[in-house]
Design a protein around this ligand. Structure first.
Ligand SMILES: [Zn+2]
Length: 124
């Protein structure tokens, strides 16, 4: 299936070639807990974002390995382009994954979805 979504102002939209995962992911790290996103993970080739370069803003912190993209116009978090870390924090130094903010999916209630929690507060 194709999942579509967009930010609040509509300047940034995206399409995903895939399904909504059985569980979304919530992370407890200092950034994610303030940001409040519920993530659905995909391989980079499944994800297509439509935004002009002037609306696509990136925030990086700590290791700077993760690019947190947000809409510069309305401030809504869109997706995070990150190393495909294993649960123990290891990484093969090449595989990436896209964590999309499932709260933006069209016709989908992320707040009612099943959620698994990553203990980012203690992992990084
Ligand atoms: Zn926007």
């Amino acid at each position: 299936m194709t999942i579509k979504g967009s930010c609040h102002c509509g300047k940034t939209s995206f399409e995903i070639d895939g399904n909504v995962p059985e569980q979304l992911t919530r992370c407890t790290c200092s950034f994610c807990s303030k940001r409040g996103a519920l993530y659905a993970y995909y391989q980079p080739e499944q994800f297509q974002v439509n935004a002009s370069t002037e609306d696509d803003e990136i925030y990086r912190w700590k290791t700077k390995l993760v690019a947190h993209h947000f809409c510069k116009n309305c401030g809504i978090p869109i997706f995070s382009d990150s190393p495909a870390f294993e649960r123990d924090g290891s990484w093969d130094k090449k595989t990436r994954r896209i964590g999309v903010n499932a709260r933006l999916f069209d016709d989908f209630d992320a707040a009612s979805a099943s959620v698994s929690v990553i203990d980012g507060k203690n992992l990084w």
